[in-house]
Write a protein that binds this ligand. Sequence first.
Ligand code: ADP
Ligand code: MG
Length: 696
Amino acid sequence: MKIPKGFSFAAMNAGIKTLRKDMALVYSELPCSAAGVLTVNKARAAPVEDAAGRLPGSGFRAIVVNSGNANALTGPEGREDVAAIHAALGKALGVPRESVLSASTGVIGVRLPVQKLILGCAGLARSRSDAIVGAAEAIMTTDTRVKLTHRVVSVGGIAVTIAAFCKGAGMIAPEMATMLAFLTTDASIDPKTLQGMLERATLASFNNLTVDNDMSTNDAVFLLANGASGAPPLRDKAELANFEAQLTSICVELARAIAEDGEGATKLVEVRVSGAPDLATARDLAKSVAGSSLVKAAIFGADPNWGRVLSAIGARAGSRGYPVDPHAARVTIQGDVVFDLGRPAHKDPASLRAKMREPQVKIDVDLRKGSGEATSWGCDLSYDYVKINADYTSLTQASPEGVVSRDDRLTRYSPSFKRALLVEALSYIQKFDGKRAVVKYGGAAMVKDSLKASFANDINLLRSAGLLPVVVHGGGPEISRTLEKLGAGKSEFVDGIRVTGAEDVKVVEMVLTGRINSEIVSLLNQEDANAVGVSGKDAGLLRARRLYGKDGRDLGMVGEITQVNHMYLSMLLEKGYVPIISPVGLGEDGEGYNINADTAAAEIAVSLKAEKLIYLTDVAGILDHEELISEISAKDLRAKIDSGSIRGGMAAKAESILRALDGGVTSVHVIDGRTPHGLIAELFTDTGIGTLVRRD
Ligand code: ADP
Ligand code: MG
């Protein structure tokens, strides 16, 4: 993350929330041109009202943001509190109070604990640094991860940076649905030009976002330009256009991130309408499709229900009087044409359904009328969304001292919700209690923050359902990167297994045990999962001998497991620990051997007599000619391997799966680690989401 020259940031807990960061600061050493796009809600919050009267403008130095309390519908006191905070921050920073802007997000109708914020201002001023991430964290409410990005643009041959962070509209209660974005740049731009650019960028991005249909009292996008890059003031037409394109691309990236992180969302939905009579019509229609509850529910269920898409277009066009004809449109879902020339066009619904299980679903509607074209972003509508929303309002509480917290004790949910939850949970607890499940953790689920968080969550859920999870992790991409960085060049793979030289195996061990393993342990223990990191060398957990390729080929320090110290693992499991195993084997020669994580997971599952073995990977499951196999027997899987339709990394997995089933594991699942909470969906629903391999 690169930040523009002359800007610094700060974040802290000022006591509005119980523990999490709740105040953020954006500060510029030089006075800035400032622009803002603010909510048109008539019940605007006090800080928004304040900014509206002063933007666009120049001479601005700082923005102070708080989360936890929206300072909306708080009467004249709300405005007084804003003034007091601006004065306090101005004093702490040694800048005029008029140079301070502010924004708030959180509960509506509760007065700000203004003394806490005033003290907070002093703390923020003291702790300024280039750590923009902290600021991005401090503005989160229902967001599950930070959202920030940057671009570098050349102006007059000098590099200019634009950096931005935002928080999204959680799809839940309207009082929490605020979207805030803060953009900073070291370009030199006059306020009027800046305002025009920001308005157009917002129109093409945040305004095409539909998370819920409520407009917040606090929505705000701010842009500060301080000129500290030393680049000449932006006036040249081509350069202005280039800068605006990058600014827009930042806003689009953030808008997509917000949609992806919608409450309860499992998929990002992108709707592109082209061939509309004009741009405004295209935008409105794209948004009406992305916002349609029926379309969103169909996408959650991976149902290619194009009728709902055209129905949404038709309904909106009809009520607004747009001159468009849905019958003449062409509709494409995930690249497959589903409706064209007045009739259904699709031939292979099964393959389209498989494509719709991807974490991003794209719908294209060509109206064949004009040149208007626009994209809108949203998310699917999941069971989770309804569950959360059905009970949300009673959960947010503000104490008399202004501390906002969530009381989600079970007692506060409605009786019907509790009943459903308990019945569902109890049946699984009975089924799973005391059973062992080995999970191979790999792919995007190990890289992407939101997926990491959902994985940690799922492991805890498995534990609370009585299951005893064991995690075996891979580390492929990171090992490759490190080896390449160290000048070892690209690794050679034979049947999905990395040929590992004597020097390489030290790097493999360093990355797997030293870095990845300890990261996973910390991730899980942030959620009190009782995770312990174990290398295959510890307690002689994985004994190994040298493995040779099919035709006797030398694979270097690659090992196969000869024995698993399952007593040691059983002891950890009995004591309530979650073992996190890095697949390094201990050879008779005392050397470390690189063991394919898929085979390690299988051997461990066999030796532990595990009920389940689960592979998290970056495809929907085991595919047969691009079609997901949702259930298959060991015998049929063998036939598929022999026919050559399973290759590379999946071939290594398939062999491991057969080995595990042969060794007594009851069922093996291959699931899409790119889908949040896939682990839960596979185990706790009857149909599941990935591939289930049964014994013959
Ligand atoms: P991981 O990091 O989870 O071990 P791999 O890349 O080693 O993932 O293995 C999964 C890969 O195997 C898939 O991404 C895909 O490219 C490849 N593959 C080959 N044949 C198949 C198949 N029939 N079904 C699914 N994936 C396959
Ligand atoms: Mg692999």
